[in-house]
Design a protein around this ligand. Structure first.
Ligand code: ZN
Length: 405
């Protein structure tokens, strides 16, 4: 399906002005940006350690206050949520979304602290996603020193993105935003993220009847045979629509070498670009066949919603790419199979764009990196997007109008 989108033939002047101004200023201040990043990477913030997460939130908040933002720390069992606000002179309410938890345990930062080698910086969470926080914080600092083309610009950093099911605790506050710019890192080729697959997990439990496998197989009802047939039927759904994946992720049955299995279970992971495709796949997956003497029960294990590439998302992406071109920072867009908090805001109908943090990769591994040269232009792109939204970029686009699969 060809995406329908508004052609971004001319960028609004305030957007190009702010992108250039902020991009150049961030280039001049690159050392300051990297010093902050060093300080933030060198603080361990393992998920679920609310003491360390709160210490980070307070340090981060103090820095944002120095930049002129009004900061609120919102208590949650997972840790403090940081909401930092700048008031402006325009109309738009834009959120820059990030997280300060990482997947690394306490002690990682002292074992391998922030370091720069050539044109890459390293350290736990440097790309996922303290690098994104550095871009957001400094884009806002520099936007604060200009004409402020927004009514309310809000940096939100959550303490529990890596492990949480469902949306962020303060997510309701974002529902009135005109746009959410999520600062997970750009892909290794620089691409921003304009779609993320939604996932659903489910489990099938089979109940049959045990019997001696040699003496009385006819008296048994074989749960393994039924689940195996269902597994093969389900596997046919993989690829049935563009981007749709279905993988059997678990299959177990049997009570002993010589017993007809009376119980068993199967789990599956289903992913798709759109709500429509996900619903269709689940409907087809759960149209179970009859297996004589076997009872099959289904359990929905939930999963994150799709971040669809709506017309508004496509327009944001095209604008970001044009702004990057203006700054000599060429990149494209892509979709991702994994989720972020941008999946939650997008699924609530808020025009969302992701991957706006520095270019990086190898997330969740010791090889994680972010490209030094990408911080300043990303600040410029973010600033330009804020100004573009304020200039009415998304004004007559329905946020919920899905355009691609
Ligand atoms: Zn992340």
């Amino acid at each position: 399906m060809r995406p329908r989108r508004r052609r971004v033939t001319a960028l609004p002047a305030p957007a190009t002005d702010e992108a250039r101004r902020v991009g150049l200023a961030a280039e001049d201040d690159l050392e300051l940006v990297l010093d902050d990043l060093r300080a933030w990477v060198d603080l361990d913030t393992p998920g679920a350690s609310s003491e360390l997460l709160d210490a980070f939130a307070r340090t981060f908040a103090a820095r944002l206050e120095r930049f002129g933002m009004t900061v609120e720390l919102v208590s949650d069992p997972a840790g403090l949520y940081v909401h930092a606000v700048l008031e402006g002179n325009g109309r738009a309410h834009v959120c820059l979304l990030g997280h300060h938890d990482t997947v690394f345990p306490e002690g990682t930062a002292s074992a391998r602290p922030f370091r720069i080698e050539g044109d890459r910086c390293h350290g736990p969470g440097v790309a996922d996603m303290k690098g994104g926080l550095a871009v957001a914080a400094h884009a806002m600092r520099l936007l604060a020193g200009g004409p402020r083309p927004f009514s309310r610009l809000e940096l939100v950093s959550v303490p529990d993105e890596e492990a949480r099911d469902g949306g962020p605790a303060t997510g309701e506050r974002l529902l009135g935003c005109d746009a959410v710019l999520c600062l997970e890192c750009g892909r290794p080729g620089g691409e921003i993220v304009s779609a993320r697959k939604g996932a659903r997990w489910f489990r099938l439990d089979a109940q049959g009847r045990p019997a001696h496998a040699g003496e009385a197989p006819h008296a048994g009802r074989n749960a393994a045979h039924a689940l195996a047939r269902e597994a093969l039927r389900l596997a046919e759904l993989h690829g049935a629509r563009p981007g749709l994946t279905l993988q059997i992720t678990g299959l177990a049955a049997g009570e002993g070498l010589n017993i007809v299995p009376s119980t068993g279970s199967l789990t599956a992971d289903v992913r798709a670009w759109t709500h429509d495709d996900l619903d269709w796949a689940l409907g087809a997956a759960l149209s179970l066949e009859e297996h004589e003497g076997i009872e099959l029960r289904h359990q929905d294990l939930g999963g994150p919603p799709p971040f669809e590439r709506t017309a508004a998302v496509a327009t944001l992406a095209e604008t970001a790419i044009a702004l990057g071109g203006l700054l000599g920072h060429a990149f494209g867009e892509t979709g991702a199979g994994g989720v972020s908090d941008g999946s939650w805001t997008a699924s609530r109908g808020i025009p969302t764009l992701d991957g706006l943090g520095p270019i990086g990769g190898e997330d969740h591994t010791p090889l994680e990196y972010a490209e030094v040269g990408s911080f300043a232009p990303r600040c410029g792109v973010v600033a330009g997007l804020v100004a573009a939204v304020d200039a009415g970029l998304l004004a007559d686009l329905p946020p919920g109008d899905a355009t691609s699969g």
